[in-house]
Design a protein around this ligand. Structure first.
Ligand SMILES: NC(=O)c1ccc[n+]([C@@H]2O[C@H](COP(=O)([O-])OP(=O)(O)OC[C@H]3O[C@@H](n4cnc5c(N)ncnc54)[C@H](O)[C@@H]3O)[C@@H](O)[C@H]2O)c1
Length: 295
């Protein structure tokens, strides 16, 4: 395995590209616009600089990592020769199905298709390609270069061979892979997202303010960041999509997204990426401060 295509250069895509490139893979990074790619590459550059300043990588490591990444706005060019494609585009079922139909049309039969989806069914995505046994969930955590877990999700038809391959590949990236089955939210978000949604309900019900809720969970439960700050970090649109998948998938009212979360997404208050969520990140330094807690 030499060439890995990453589709989407956003929060997760640029982290996945960074991680593979730092481990010596050739990475083809695809997004819809030059602007999105530039933003993603700037993030990779900044994160590599920070690692270099901390002494965890050398200047040569930084330069080699950057030179391993090639950017594309045309998906058909970006997937040529790929041994593995990891889709990390926006959390939207129709969009992901469109991308996988394209992969099915233009990739070789030997290519492995992975998705970094937080919650959408791997089995449903795999149903639009000719070889569903080669489709798997490779759910990295944010920020990808630092977080040790990859949740590896077997779709209904994913083969043992592909699962074993992706488990081993995750280990080669220095990650710990955990194998799970394909049910809404898998394991990570089935547990995490209802907690975040409940924190938003607590705010909505005026039980306490943003800082108070986060402090209770940080200082009382030893969480490294509060649930509202974590929601800002993940992106409130992503949180809402995941709650909707849980709600639709289990048909259980306990997963109904909080009206405040819905309102904030409609108002484009998406967290760090839009400059405002539960906290204000309008001065770029504030967002950087949050990122520095992790890198
Ligand atoms: N944010 C998190 O903490 C997190 C964690 C784990 C998994 N995920 C999952 O990772 C995926 C990406 O999430 P994100 O937070 O990086 O989102 P994001 O909004 O930061 O980035 C999404 C990127 O996809 C690009 N995109 C949209 N349509 C595309 C297309 N047709 N071709 C190529 N690129 C396209 C967008 O331009 C954008 O740059 C989602 O499935 C999400 O559920 C997110």
């Amino acid at each position: 395995m030499k060439i890995v295509t990453v589709i989407g250069a956003g929060t997760m895509g640029n982290g996945i590209a960074h991680t593979f490139a730092q481990n010596g893979f050739t990475v083809k990074l695809v997004d819809v616009s030059e602007e999105a790619l530039e933003k993603g590459m700037n993030t990779i550059f900044t994160n590599l600089e920070r690692m270099q300043n901390k002494g965890s990588i050398s200047v040569e490591d930084k330069m080699k990592t950057l030179s391993n990444i090639i950017c594309y706005t045309d998906i058909e060019d970006g997937i040529v020769g790929a041994d593995l494609v990891i889709e990390a585009a926006t959390e939207n079922l129709d969009l992901k199905l469109r991308i996988f139909r394209k992969l099915n049309e233009f990739c070789s039969h030997n290519t492995i298709f992975a998705t970094n989806t937080s919650s959408i069914s791997i089995t449903q995505i795999a149903a639009v390609v000719a070889h569903p046994e080669r489709v798997i969930g490779m759910h990295f955590m944010n920020p990808v270069p630092m977080m040790p877990l990859v949740e590896v999700i077997r779709g209904y038809n994913t083969s043992d061979e592909i699962t074993e391959f992706i488990m081993n590949l995750s280990k080669k990236l220095g990650k710990t892979a955990v194998e799970v089955h394909d049910y809404p939210g898998f394991v990570a978000n089935r547990i995490l997202m209802p907690m975040i949604n409940e924190a938003i309900e607590t705010l909505y019900n005026k039980v306490a303010g943003v800082n108070e809720i986060d402090n209770v969970m940080k200082l009382g439960m030893a969480h490294p960041m509060g649930p509202l700050q974590l929601a800002d970090f993940i992106g409130l649109d992503v949180c809402l999509s995941i709650m909707n998948v849980l709600y639709d998938g289990f048909k259980n009212p306990k997963y109904a997204p909080c009206p405040l979360l819905v309102n904030m997404v409609n108002a484009k208050k998406l967290g760090i990426k839009s400059g405002e969520g539960f906290y204000d990140y309008s001065e770029s330094k504030k967002a950087e401060k949050v990122a520095k807690q992790f890198l």
